[in-house]
Design a protein around this ligand. Sequence first.
Ligand code: NAD
Ligand code: IPM
Ligand code: MN
Length: 353
Amino acid sequence: TRSFSLAVIPGDGIGPEVVSEALRVLDETARIHGFSFTQTPYELGAERYLETGEVLTDETLAEIRGHDVILLGAIGGRPGDPRIPAGLLERNLLLRLRFELDHYVNLRPTKTYPGVATPLRDPGEVDFVVVREGTEGPYTGNGGRLRAGTRHEVATEVSLNTAYGVERVVRDAFRRAQSRRKKLTLVHKTNVLVHAGGLWSRVVDEVAPEFPDVTVDYLHVDAATIFMTTDPARFDVIVTDNLFGDIITDLAGAISGGIGLAASGNVNPDGTAPSMFEPVHGSAPDIAGQGKADPTAAIGSVALMLDHLGLPEAAAAIDAAIMADITERTGPRTTKEVGEAIAARVAGDVAGA
Ligand code: NAD
Ligand code: IPM
Ligand code: MN
């Protein structure tokens, strides 16, 4: 039987709640589909920091790196908590993992589900994937504050874009488009951010001839938000920078029926370090501890993980179970009820086949 090692970082807020359900579904899927895995839990996040002052040590990072894959819930305290400096956990834990493990493809698929309430009146058949660059852009911490706290303060946040970094993610996006509906949309803001935008456009133009049957188009990010709400079915693969990708994938989650449905993978396509799978949403302090977080995004992230590990049938079984569960949702259910229902469908799926 196939076997793999999994590092689990439940994290903060609803993170542990949704990860329990994701693991429940993973267990069931392993049982039915005949693979096995070992798991190592890592207690990282706000609580760990408040107790020990530690966020992520080099030793822990090295240990995590030794696993085949990582499952993460969510990282981040309650916004405005005075005990935790802004961005400390996000930067030194979550982004550090993405950067050090070279997760340059942040894969964020979006679908609409028949019968599921979406804020759009008639979204049509939506099925697109955002390939968000994961290691560069304005996320590198390249900036600073001069004369902080004075009326003459100057704050900069520099977006870092390298030809190497842009080319590898663009090429990955073309490959994905090639194996899907063969349409790639570059989303940027080339009319204002002319330096970074120029690089992204040039790279897309240069790589395009290698994929002659992929149609390429371009949207400014502001216009992309219009089409994402008026005609989301037009998209197949979107490639974009780290910050634009962050913003448009929360929007994508909302149009598909809620951020609690949006799964993601931080992928290292070269296999030089473990990839990490996590819901798009955060720790949701407003609903944490109430058992009402939707675990579907975390469960969908497990499907992305299994696909990445070369277990596409097991992944498809989870996706089918999610689809069946979602389309039959009626009243509100607890986090655990949703997890149990999807796990049961994974089991039934095969028994009935
Ligand atoms: P959020 O995604 O945590 O919450 C936004 C809204 O969506 C909230 O109303 C929340 O209740 C709702 N929501 C989120 N997930 C849900 C789910 N599974 N089911 C039902 N409702 C859900 O974003 P935020 O409030 O901006 O951030 C809260 C904290 O999470 C911050 O510290 C932020 O930095 C962090 N964060 C972490 C990640 C991550 O770990 N990848 C992602 C986003 C935000
Ligand atoms: C996400 C989150 C993170 C991001 C934050 C918490 C650093 O919003 O995973 O979408 O911006 O990438
Ligand atoms: Mn985000």
